[in-house]
Design a binder for this molecule. Structure first.
Ligand code: MLT
Length: 251
C-alpha cells in the first residue's frame, strides 16, 4: 500500500506529486484546501515513504493510487497531478474514468517521450545508480524555478530530491520513458478540468498546457505569472485559488 497523508473532511481531492519529489510538496495546498475538503496526498511508488513496485510503469502507479482509494473507501474523487503526477493522473482517468470527478493537470503534458528524451532518461537512471541522486539536484534544480536563485524554496526542493532513493528514481525514470501517448484521449475527458502551468516553466513549456487545454472540452487554462515548474511552491496563493475555483465546478 502507498504511504499517504489525509487532512480535513468533505469531498475528496487527491494530489499526486512529481519526480523525484514526494507528497510534502503539497503542504500549502493541504493547509488551504483541508478547510473544506478531504485532501489525500499519496507518495507515488519508489518515492517518499512508498516502496518501488517490482516493475514500475505509469499505469502501475495509477493502479496503486486506485488501490489506496479502495482502502480508504473513497469511491470518487477530484484528482490533481503535477508533472509526472499528471502522467499518473491521466493514466488513472483511463483506467477508472468513473472514479474521477475532475482533473487538474499541473505543469504536465499528455504526449510521450521523443526517442532522444527516452534515451536521456535511461542514461540518467544509470548515472543516478552509479553516483547517487545528487546528480539530479545539479541537473534539475536550475530549471525548476522561475528565478535562478530560488532561495529557501530551492533548498527545500533540493533536500527532497536528495531524500529519494536511487532505485526509486531509476524506476520512475524508466516508467516515464515507457509511458503511453495520451493525446488522443483528451477530447473524451468530459469532467471539469484545470490545466495549470507556470508562465516560465522551462521543464515542460506552457505550450504543452495550451495544447492540452485546447483539446479538452471542459478545460480552464491558468498560466501563473512569476512561476516556473513548481507553481504550487512558487506562487501557492494563485495555485490554491485556481484549485478552489476548479473544485467549485467539480463538487
Ligand atoms: C517531473 O517534474 O515530474 C518530471 O520532471 C517530469 C518529466 O521529467 O517528464
Amino acid at each position: 500500500m502507498l504511504a499517504y497523508e489525509s487532512a480535513g473532511t468533505g469531498p475528496a481531492i487527491v494530489l499526486l506529486h512529481g519526480f523525484p519529489l514526494n507528497r510534502s510538496i503539497w503542504t500549502e495546498q493541504r493547509e488551504c484546501l483541508s478547510a473544506r475538503y478531504r485532501v489525500i496526498l499519496p507518495d507515488l511508488p519508489g518515492l517518499g515513504e512508498s516502496a518501488p513496485l517490482a516493475e514500475t510503469t505509469i499505469a502501475g502507479m495509477a493502479a496503486e493510487v486506485l488501490r489506496l482509494m479502495d482502502h480508504l473507501q473513497v469511491p470518487q474523487f477530484a484528482l490533481g497531478g503535477h508533472s509526472m503526477g499528471g502522467y499518473v493522473a491521466l493514466a488513472l482517468q483511463k483506467l477508472a474514468p468513473e472514479r474521477v470527478r475532475g482533473l487538474a493537470l499541473i505543469c504536465t503534458q499528455a504526449g510521450d517521450d521523443t526517442p532522444e528524451a527516452r534515451a536521456g532518461r535511461y542514461a540518467t537512471a544509470e548515472k543516478v545508480m552509479a553516483e547517487g541522486t545528487e546528480v539530479l539536484v545539479g541537473a534539475m534544480l536550475p530549471k525548476l524555478f522561475a528565478t535562478p536563485d530560488a532561495g529557501a524554496a530551492g533548498e527545500a526542493v533540493a533536500a527532497l530530491i536528495r531524500q529519494s532513493s536511487r532505485e526509486g528514481v531509476r524506476e520512475c525514470l524508466h516508467a516515464m520513458a515507457k509511458r503511453e501517448d495520451m493525446r488522443t484521449r483528451l477530447p473524451s475527458i468530459s469532467v471539469p478540468t484545470l490545466v495549470l502551468t507556470g508562465q516560465e516553466d522551462r521543464l515542460i513549456p506552457p505550450d504543452r498546457s495550451e495544447g492540452m487545454a485546447a483539446q479538452m472540452p471542459h478545460a480552464v487554462l491558468v498560466k501563473v505569472p512569476n512561476a516556473g515548474h513548481m507553481p504550487m511552491v512558487e506562487q501557492p496563493k494563485e495555485v490554491n485559488q485556481a484549485l478552489e475555483r476548479w473544485l467549485e465546478l467539480v463538487y
